[in-house]
Ligand binder design. Sequence first.
Ligand code: GDP
Length: 195
Amino acid sequence: MIIKSANLETVCGVASVLPINDKPEIAFAGKSNVGKSSLINALLNRKSLARTSAQPGKTQTINFYNINDQFYYVDLPGYGYAKVSEAIKAKWGKMIEKYLRTSKQLKAIFLLIDIRHEPSGNDKSMYDWIVHQGFQPIIIATKLDKINRSQKDKQLKIIREGLEVTADTKIFPFSALTKQGREEIWDYIETICNL
Ligand code: GDP
């Protein structure tokens, strides 16, 4: 995939009207600090288009990145940030739910999980919730460079079992540092978006 342009086109807060796009959308979800901004930047060959978080959970918006005027990356707010009140969390939940319910163009949701850890309760809730909204999440196991090659299969199994994914669920191991997994994720996106 040659990235000719990648622009942050729309930023939606809880009170915003969501854009009605006529091109395919691919969404990214994951808890704060999982490596979501780093993944988006790595996929787009940009250093800092998506913010990498010094203060996780601070800005909570749905960000729409227009790629090549062909399709959109949709960066969903990171969850699981402890210092946020339940009332605020509920508002974000409603905002994401509204997006998942109303988007006509959403082709896939990638759920990011740190390859080093067993999925948290929040990860499991997010997985179940995405399924409940009628989507089959695709898992990206991030920070692959932080484990030994020999640990990879074991860690992927822990993620599969922790989330209780269906047998046909795809898991892409990925490292923003080495870019391992980048091509496989792009191939998948190109296929589902008919690019
Ligand atoms: P976000 O909150 O999910 O957007 O996470 P960020 O992309 O900001 O990443 C959180 C931290 O993890 C930052 O310090 C990143 O440099 C680091 N990080 C993200 N992805 C990787 C990776 O693949 N490998 C390594 N070693 N560090 C990563």
